[in-house]
Every structure is written in C-alpha cells, then in structure tokens.
Design a protein around this ligand. Structure first.
Ligand SMILES: NC(=O)c1ccc[n+]([C@@H]2O[C@H](COP(=O)([O-])OP(=O)(O)OC[C@H]3O[C@@H](n4cnc5c(N)ncnc54)[C@H](O)[C@@H]3O)[C@@H](O)[C@H]2O)c1
Length: 429
C-alpha cells in the first residue's frame, strides 16, 4: 500500500519504518527541513533502540523515503497517518494546531479517495474538525479514522511490531477494511469501534497508568511514615491477578511526553464538557508533589541544607532508553535544588544534548564516576542500566559524602548500608 506518515517524531518515524518493514511503500513527511534532510542521510534525529537499522533498511530497499512536500506524496497515498505533536498549552489545555495545519494541507493535495487516520493523541471530536477542514479544501471523497498509538519510547519498535492491541476507530466500511488489511501482518487483538471511543481508549489508558503510579506513591508516603517497605507492598499487590504489578513502582512519579500532557488534556476536555474530573486532578497533584517530597528527603539526608553542596543527579531522560526530556522529572528537581543553593552535576548516557538546552549552570557528564567525584549525594532519577550496576566501593571512595537518595527504588539498601552509605528510597529506608 502507498502510505504517508505526517510527522517524523517518536511516533511517526517508528510508524513509517515499521510499515516499510512490513513491505508498504512509505513516505515520512515533516515540516522540519533539517530533520528530513538528516533522515534522508540515514541519520536518526533522536535515540530509539533498533530504529536506525529499520530506517536504513527501508532507505536501502527504497520503500521508505522522506520529504517536506505534501504535494509530492499526498496525491498517491491510500492511507495517511497524522502523527504530529499535540502538546500541552500553558493552561493545561491541548494544542491541536499542528493537527489542523496538516489536515488543511492534506485537503489541498488530495487527488483520490484516501483514509486520513489520526494516530496522534487527540480528544474525541477532533476527527470531525479534521473532516470539516479537509472538506473545505476539496470535493474528493475521503474518510477520517483514528488508530491511537500505544508504543512506549525506549521499546517503540518492538511495541509497534508486537502491540498489546490495535484499536481502529472508523465510521465507514471502506476505511475499516483498508485499515484492517494494512494491520493484517501485525499479530495482536483488534478492537474496531467508533472514532470517539478509539480516542477515549488512549486517554483512559494513560490516565489509568498515571493513576497507578500516583496511587503507589501515596502508599509510599504511608510506608515512609511507618517504616514499611513499599517494594514489598507492591509485590504483595502484584500477586493478585486483578491488580497486576506493572506501574506500581513508587518513586519520583511519571514524566515524559504523554502521561502528564494526556492527563491534563483529559481534565481540560472533561471541564469543557461540564465535568470536573477531580479524581484525575488529584492524580496529577500527587505526581507534582512528588518532586518536593524528594527535595525534602535530599535536604534531610544532607544534614538539613543543600546550600553550597555538590549533588549528583543520575539520569536526565524521562525514562531509560530514550533521550526525550519532555516533562522529565530531572528538570524540575534540579531547578528546585538549585533554588535551595545546591551545585548540580548531572549524568545521562544519551540525553545530555537535549538537557543542555533547558538546564542552566549544571555540569553535564556521560561518565557517572566523573559526575560523582567529590559529590555530597547521589540522587538517582532515571533507572538506566549504567546506574543500576555501579561499582559502589569505587563510588564510596570518590564521593565527598556517602549519601544515596534513590528516586526509583532500584538499589539494594542493605548492601549499600553495609558499604557505609546512608540510603533513602521512596517508601523504603
Ligand atoms: N512519544 C510517545 O511515546 C507517544 C506515544 C503514543 C502517542 N503519542 C502521541 O503521538 C503524537 C506525536 O508524538 P511524538 O512524540 O511523536 O511528537 P514529536 O514532537 O516527536 O514529533 C512530531 C513531529 O511532527 C512534525 N510536524 C508538526 N507539524 C507538522 C505538519 N503540519 N506537517 C508535518 N509535520 C509536522 C514536527 O516537526 C515533529 O517532527 C502526539 O499526539 C503524542 O501524544 C506519543
């Protein structure tokens, strides 16, 4: 099939590369000229394991190409996937302007029946808006559909090839058949439904996962107060098949380009419908407070003040295996510690370039041991394998003070205490 993928970010590029691997003729289109230029040279603009190999394969085979020009690719497309960003607005609302812009340009270039399928995360009702925008530009028949994306950065290629489910939101038989045919090689349960339900599934899924994280972080507060171990509590919960242990790891809370933005968008969308989504507001509030909670732990572990002390942050990306720092917990944490007078050294295997654009007066390191030299505390923020497997005898020798604050509860506290470290996790001592 002839496919066009609009937006070659984390979702669009993975989608384009995977569809090319499945044998389709795919154009990845982006308005960002430098991004497209780099892609044409087989250069991947962000870090995502396994993606480069797929893109190189597609480029070599010739069934994956990149362009900035809608007029070059839209006329022959059978399916167009819209994968542009839907960022949060400052007031917590959602910005759909990139969706509408791309819809307009699609409309201006349609030459035959095409399915325009929204993969970006958008509130119900957006498909109707998109339809109106395209209709204004053309009399050519088309269908709008929605296949929300569930991939996770860090395992995006595997998630796209082997998704937990394929949700197809449609309002015509023709679009349904085309999208089912397109997804045929992908072995996963299918859910075909109306477009609004498809889009609600995506928001509800992210809101639910965010809820699990805030829930266990609230339980962790109580564990801290009574000296219980939240890890053991999670383990006990996960033995109940109705609960499942995933997303029940207490820590610094959730970040990234999806959970914060999508919970805010759902709250904002519900408000527009006249529903005050108090429950989800609380989930968000708990997540926001988690930063201050850790700051207080750090101050206490540093003897009551971090003023003038050198602290080392391990991990800047919002989670391991990505260089994405959108809404990463590291950023507000570092800013709060700087406000308290701390001098920050930070380390990340791949996110330094992105972090340097938003952080000020932070010394950045790729090597954790250099970052930890003469430091008064190690603060673990992102659970990269590199940080899990540190040589703690060496760490103890190079740090000024043997203090560890584990924002993701990954370390063996007993082992560290034996080595003479003062250790604090979240909901565990
Ligand atoms: N990143 C994730 O893990 C993830 C997972 C599931 C769903 N989503 C959703 O997918 C969507 C895309 O997310 P992302 O992280 O890939 O975004 P991104 O910011 O990485 O990429 C968006 C791309 O769209 C391009 N773009 C913007 N306007 C355009 C236009 N008019 N025409 C062509 N290209 C245009 C931008 O230049 C950019 O390269 C969002 O709605 C997001 O919520 C993201």
């Amino acid at each position: 099939m002839n496919i066009v993928v609009i937006g070659t970010g984390y979702v669009g590029l993975v989608t384009a590369a995977v569809l090319a691997k499945l044998g389709h003729r795919v154009w990845g289109l982006d308005v960002d000229e430098s991004k497209v230029h780099r892609l044409q040279q087989s250069e991947i603009p962000f870090f995502e394991p396994g993606l480069k190999e797929l893109v190189v394969q597609g480029l070599k085979k010739g069934n994956l190409q990149f362009t900035t020009t809608y007029a070059q690719v839209v006329p022959s497309a059978e399916v167009i996937f819209i994968c542009v960003g839907t960022p949060a607005k400052k007031d917590g609302g959602y910005d759909l302007s990139y969706i509408f812009q791309s819809a307009k340009t699609i409309g201006q270039n349609l030459k035959k029946y095409t399915v325009v399928c929204i993969k970006s995360t958008v509130p119900p009702g957006t498909a109707n808006e998109v339809k109106k925008i395209i209709h204004k530009q053309t009399k050519i028949p088309f269908d709008v559909a929605a296949c929300p994306e569930f991939l996770k950065e860090g395992s995006a290629v595997a998630d796209s090839l082997h998704p937990s489910r394929v949700v197809i939101g449609v309002e015509s038989k023709r679009a349904k058949e085309l999208l089912l045919k397109l997804h045929r090689p992908i072995k996963a349960p299918r859910l075909v439904c109306d477009i609004n339900s498809a889009q609600m599934i995506k928001y509800a899924a992210n809101a639910f996962l965010a809820t699990k994280i805030s829930f266990i972080n609230s339980i962790a507060r109580i564990c801290d107060a009574v000296g219980a171990d939240v890890g053991t509590v999670s383990q006990g919960l996960s033995l109940d098949p109705r609960i499942s242990g995933q997303f029940l790891q207490a820590g610094l809370g959730y970040g990234g380009s999806c959970f914060p933005k999508d919970t805010w968008a759902l709250i904002s969308f519900a408000r527009k419908l006249g529903y005050d989504f108090k429950f989800l507001k609380e989930v968000d509030q708990i997540n926001q407070e988690q930063i201050n909670y850790l700051v207080q732990k750090i101050i206490k572990s540093c003897g009551g003040s971090v003023e003038g002390k050198v602290l080392t942050i391990l991990g800047l990306s919002f989670k391991p295996e990505t260089d994405d720092i959108r809404e990463a917990r590291s950023i507000p944490l570092i800013k709060k510690l700087q406000e308290k007078g701390a001098k920050i050294k930070a380390c990340d295997p791949v996110a330094l370039e992105n972090a340097a654009k938003v952080l000020k007066e932070v010394k950045l390191f790729k090597d954790p041991y250099l970052a930890l030299e003469n430091s008064s505390a190690l603060i673990l923020v992102t659970e990269w394998d590199e940080f899990k497997n540190l040589n703690f005898s060496k760490v103890g020798q190079i740090m000024a003070k043997k203090v560890i604050i584990d924002g993701r509860n990954i370390y063996d506290s007993k082992k560290l205490k034996k080595l003479g470290f003062q250790y604090k996790g979240v909901g565990r001592g």
